[in-house]
Structures are given as C-alpha cells and as structure tokens.
Design a protein. Structure first.
Lengths: 315, 415
C-alpha cells in the first residue's frame, strides 16, 4: 500500500500532498458524478463517442468503483456519425456492462417532427435537439450528464454545473441558479430536468492530458490518418461519405489529417496533422493557434449560434 | 498542473473584461480565430483599439448593451499554472454575483479606476472578498494611462484603500497594490516603462508566485458521505464503501472516527481511489472509505476524527447574503443545504442588516431583499454538524433553497 500522496508525487501532479491542481479537476468531476447519482432518480450520461464523453465515462467509472456505473448511457445518433465512432461506442459499452440507449434523428425526420436541411451547409446538428428532448421525455430522465466545457465556446462559459431546463427543455440563461462553494442544488419540479456538466472547468488540453495520463482508448479518427478530403471556406472536409455535400468543382485530394472534435461528419472539419499518437496530439494541442471549435461550422453560423441552440435545448 | 481560481470585482466601466482580455492576449492564450473575431467586431463597431471584452461577454444581451450580465468563466494557462477567472458583473445583481464568484475563488482582483479612486463600490468589493475570506487580494489601480501614470495619484488611492483595510474582519488577507493600464497593457503581464517609480510585480507575476499550498484555508478533516457504494458482485460481495470528498484536513487508514449524527465510533479500514488502495486521503480528494465495523452510514452522515468534532446543533446564527427577488422574511421557511445535507429551516429572527460598505448596521429589519447582507438566526428541524465559517470555509457555509421555486435564494456563513 502506498499513499495517494506518494502516487501523486510520482506522477507529477498534486505536489507535496495537498495542492489542488489538474488532479483537482478530476476530484471535482467525481464529486459531481456522485451528486448526480444521489440527487436524481433517473440520470443518464449522454454519450457521443467523442473524447469529452469518453472522459466522462472514465470519471463515472472512478466515482463508483468497484460498483458499475449506476446509470445508462444514451447516444443521440444523427446517422451522420463517423463509422469509427459507432464501432468504438459499441465496444466500450460491452466492456462496461452498462445499458446503452440509442435514439435516431432519422426517426424524428420520418415522424415528420423535423425537416432535413438542404444545401451546402446542410447538417443534422440542430435536428438532434428534438430527438434528445423526445428521448428525455420518453425515459423521464431528470438529469442528463454532458461533456460540455466552459472553455469551448463563450455561451458555454456562462453555463452552470447543474443547469436547470424547463418542461420544454429550454435554457433560461438570464435566470440561472447561483452555484456557491461545492454545493449543487438539484431540486426540481416534475417535468423539469437538469443538464450536468462535470468537466465544466476543464480545458481542451486538460482533457487530452487526462486521456494521455490515464491511457484511455479513443476513436481512431482523433489520430492522424490518410483521408480523401476537399477544401471549402479554408476548412478541410472528408470526401469519404455521402452525407458531406461536395460541389463538383471541389476537388478531392488525399491529405494527412485528424479530427479535433467528433461531431457529425457534415459539420466537422479535419485539421492537417501528423500527430498519430496521444503524445503527439497533446503537444500539437499545446502549440495550437486555432481553437477547438474553429473547425465546427455549426458555431460559425452567427456570433450567437451556440447560445441560440442552447436556449432551444441543445447541449 | 496547479489550478488557481480568481474572482474579479469592479464597477461598470472599470475595465474588468478588458483586463481579462489583456491577460489572455499577452499570455498568447487567444487563438488566431478568436483574435480574428475580436478584430473584426472591433472594426465593425468603429473602435480604433481591440475590444477585449468581446472575448468574455458571451451572451447576446451582453454584447448589445456592452455590459457583463452573468458570471463567465475564462481559462488560460502558463507553464506553471492553470487559471480560471470568474468575470463578475458590476451592476444590479452585483453582490449576488460577486459572492458567487468569490465562494469558489482563492484569489481576487479588485479594480479601481485611477481617475475615480476609491468609491463606494470599492468598499463593497473589498467587504465581500473579506467576508468570503478570499485569501489573496490584488488591488489593480487601472486606467493609469488616463492619469499620466502619476505616482502621486497611485499613492493617494493606495492610502485611501489602506484606511478601508483597517475596518476589515479577516486580517490575514494578503493585499497587493499594482498600477496598471489594461487597455495599453502596462504591468498586466509585462513591466511598464511608464511607471519607473513602481518596482513591484506585474499582475501575472504576482499570480504566478502564489503558493497554492498556502492559499487554501486549513481546518480539521470533515468527510460528508455522498453515496454508499455496494457493488454486490462476487468479487466484492461484502464491500460497503462510503464515497465523498475530504475537506479541511486529511484522513488516514487507522484513524479513529465518529459517525455523525449517530455518534458511533469506528476506524478507517481502507481508502480507495478508483481501483487502488491508499494510506491517506488528502484534502479535497474524492475517495471511497471503508470502515472496520459494520456500522450504519448513509448519505448526509459525516465522518470526523475522534476528539475533533464539529458543533452538532439545531440552531445557529449566520451572516446571510440574499440572492433572490422574493424577500427573506422573519418566520419564513426554507431548505438549508449544508454541504450535501438538506434540512428544513425557519428564520427565527433577523438580528440586523450589515451594510456592505462598512458604514455600519441597520436594526429593526423584518425582510431582506436581493443583495442584502444580514445576521440571521435559524432554527432547524433536525441537527446539522457545522463549524464556524472562520474555522472551516466548507463546513461553515450553506445555501438557502426556496421551498416553492427550488431556487438557490441565498448563502450563509455560520458565525
């Protein structure tokens, strides 16, 4: 047996015992996970297959070990996911032995609840809000854990750790509960639900460093690989799937790329990169001059793109 | 990497957002695409300088009105530390937001406009940071460029502020004065050539040197049980672990502990963090503890070391900062959330209002409105296990929930 102190000293975080540091973020997130399990009757972890939700899964494992994660995972599948992500998701769920719920945006389209966008920038990103809200109602979830971080985007910088949504799933950004010290107020009315963000205070680099330190497996598209791509608006798009609209004059070229975020194929651009290992990815992020969401066309629709989507119930 | 949380305080137009923007810019924390967006918007608005507040004001209404409405969190890091800055707005809901920001911060920056000097608002900013026992406070005397970088003006403001300091309750608070121009960048990250008379540190140098070991208030160990872990699997058939976060001090295997409120004694058998066992759980670690004896422990119970118990009582007096538009009234019923423990509470009496600008107290008050601070006496329907806020920042604070709206309506610091 060794002390946490010793272990932490040897790994270089938590110097000389008590100091809060990057590891403090992990302890904070675990505390939040436990509050969710204790304060709510039907929590769910929203799993997209991206690095942030994969990190959440590891934190949930740590929070409840040696017991299993006491809530299911749910994936809102736009049908436009990278195939690598879906493969990864199914493998992870099998290892964890937890329940996976999948709800499809395609079903919402077929039911006539939402209409597919058309044109050059067509995406199912906004459509998934309807599918998500329907699923929350179907399963009567009262808490949805998500991997949003405050450093990602400036409307997200205003988000609480426990963020209350009304019966319509709406976010009232001007009337949020103050959060003091460590205390989380999860008291809600029937029909309301809470969005929970355990890694609110993490930066992109914190997440990558954690994945590196913990040796967490992530989908292969996060690492540099050869891919057929084309250029539009200065961004690199995958030309390997039909869901990404490509005009005839947009020529296909093979490039060495990786993805920094894993949203839908239709709204996530790649970055040129040779970082094919986690160590190289971490140093690339450290030196990066472009923000993470700089390659997300869904944020570029307007200065308030994220705020508007969040008010409607998006994550 | 160490994480330092900082609260900012300043009145409207004192340049808080600009100061934060400057910190981001000079530490090269703004990425090209964000910088481009700021340049573009500044130009569109016809400014001949970069409007850094655009980097932090995240809501549409804020950008429209050019003010910060809600607390925003801004992140940047240097080689030695990660910083989280709570940008708190300086208008109507000011006290509420300021208290919120300060509650999770270990350091604070109070901004003063060098042209205006110490104003009534400054008293409030200082009062709140002192009330919340924020350990390190930087007084940034800003807009020095608009007073010709005058040493005399700087000293004048400094001495006015020092007078204010004599009224403070929390005397161990460390206070540092720095002359800056957030807009032009003087003494924020880089030393200024315009203030040859100032030989102190720049703002960033000061923050970089803060010892995080020292900055957390140390108390006695308290372990509120959040969740009971019972895996009931073949491998862990009899495992009963108590999950929670350690506050104030550390706990070790073999420590003799008392379980509150049952007052049962036991000994710590194991400390787990994920799938490893440890001897000691340091302050602020989220661990799982097992006990030697088969004792009854559930969520809301607390482990404390034998001989080092908190106060166990159904009544207490606290300094309350009210945050709701619905008034707090004498005789009113609320839920007290003390850590993770929720109990019903009744306001026994409002002893007096405390004017948050050091101008004294107001007696004969029957109700509290938003932003009011007062000494309030509570009665609970069952005992909680608390310490005085002075002795224990975590175990000495609580929030008040409105029983009808469920809103977090106020926060209290137990006397």
């Amino acid at each position: 047996m060794e002390t946490i102190l010793e272990e932490i000293q040897s790994t270089g975080t938590f110097k000389s015992g008590d100091r809060p540091n990057a590891n403090a973020l992990e302890h904070e997130a675990i505390y939040i996970m436990r509050e969710v399990a204790a304060q709510f009757e039907r929590p769910v972890l929203l799993f997209s297959g991206g690095k942030d939700s994969i990190t959440l899964v590891r934190l949930a494992q740590k929070a409840f070990w040696p017991a299993k994660i006491p809530f299911p995972l749910m994936h809102i599948d736009t049908g436009h996911n990278f195939p690598e992500t879906i493969e990864f998701r199914d493998k992870l769920v099998k290892e964890l032995g937890v329940e996976l719920i999948v709800r499809n945006v395609q079903d919402s389209i077929d039911q006539g609840k939402v209409v597919e966008e058309t044109g050059k920038y067509a995406s199912r990103n906004i459509l998934q809000t309807t599918t998500l809200l329907d699923a929350i109602e179907e399963f009567k979830f009262d808490a949805c854990i998500g991997g949003a971080r405050r450093d990602e985007e400036k409307a997200r910088a205003k988000e609480r750790i426990f963020s209350v949504r009304d019966d319509f799933g709406q976010w009232d950004e001007k009337n949020q509960r103050p959060e003091l010290f460590d205390m989380l107020n999860g008291q809600i009315e029937m029909g309301q639900n809470v969005r929970v963000f355990p890694i609110s205070n993490w930066t992109e680099l914190d997440v990558w460093s954690y994945i590196q330190k913990e040796n967490i497996e992530i989908p292969s598209i996060y690492f540099a690989h050869k891919r057929n791509t084309f250029l539009r608006d200065g961004l690199i798009w995958s030309a390997e799937d039909d869901v990404v609209f490509r005009a005839e004059d947009e020529t296909v070229e093979e490039r060495m790329v990786r993805f920094r975020t894993v949203g839908d194929m239709s709204c996530t651009a790649a970055v040129e990169s040779y970082a094919d290992t986690i160590d190289k990815v971490v140093s690339e992020i450290r030196d990066s001059k472009i923000s993470e969401r700089g390659a997300r066309i869904d944020d570029k629709r307007s200065e308030a793109a994220m705020e508007k989507r969040k008010q409607q119930g998006y994550f | 990497m160490e994480v330092l949380k900082i609260a900012t305080a300043g009145s409207v137009d004192d340049g808080k957002s600009t100061l934060i923007g400057r910190l981001l810019y000079d530490t090269k924390s703004l990425t090209d695409d964000k910088l481009e967006a700021i340049e573009k918007t500044s130009k569109l608005k016809g400014y001949d300088y970069l409007d850094f507040s655009l980097a932090t004001d995240g809501l549409v209404a804020e950008r429209e009105q050019g003010i910060t409405i809600d607390v925003a969190h801004i992140y940047f890091s240097t080689a030695s530390k990660s910083y989280i800055i709570a940008d708190t707005p300086g208008h109507v809901e000011y006290t509420r937001n300021m208290v919120t920001g300060a509650s999770t911060s270990q350091a604070a920056i109070i901004l003063i406009d060098a042209r205006k000097g110490v104003i009534e608002q400054t008293n409030r900013h200082f009062f709140i940071n002192n009330l919340l026992r924020v350990k390190d406070v930087v007084v940034a005397i800003n807009k020095m460029d608009l007073v010709d970088f005058s040493e005399e003006r700087y000293n004048e403001i400094k001495s006015d502020f020092e007078q204010l300091m004599q009224k403070r309750d929390y005397e161990d608070q460390k206070i540092t004065f720095i002359p800056v121009s957030a807009l032009k960048g003087d003494n924020v990250v880089n030393h200024s050539e315009n203030t040859p008379w100032y030989d102190g540190q720049t703002l960033l140098e000061h923050l970089e040197e803060l010892d995080l070991q020292d900055i957390y208030n140390i108390g006695t160990p308290r372990f509120p049980v959040q969740y009971v872990i019972r895996p009931k699997t073949d491998d862990f058939h009899d495992f009963r672990g108590f999950a929670g976060k350690v506050y104030g001090g550390e706990l070790s295997v073999g420590d003799e502990v008392v379980i509150l409120p049952s007052m049962t004694k036991s000994r710590i058998k194991g400390i787990y963090f994920y799938d490893k066992k440890y001897k000691t759980a340091p302050r602020r670690s989220s661990v799982t503890i097992t006990l030697e004896d088969e004792v009854n422990v559930s969520r809301g119970d607390m482990l404390a070391k034998v001989g080092d118990l908190p106060t166990i009582d159904k009544q207490f007096t606290a300094t309350v900062s009210w945050m709701d538009s619905e008034k707090l009234t004498a005789g009113g019923k609320y839920i007290v959330q003390h850590g993770i423990n929720k109990v019903l509470a009744k306001v026994d009496s409002i002893e007096h209002k405390i004017l948050p600008d050091y101008s004294g107290i107001e007696e004969g008050v029957t109700a509290l409105g938003m932003n009011d601070i007062a000494r309030v006496k509570f009665r609970l329907n069952r005992p909680i296990f608390y310490d005085a806020f002075k002795a224990h920042r975590t175990n000495g604070s609580f929030i008040l929930l409105d029983t009808r709206t469920n809103n977090t309506a106020g926060v209290g610091f137990i006397n």
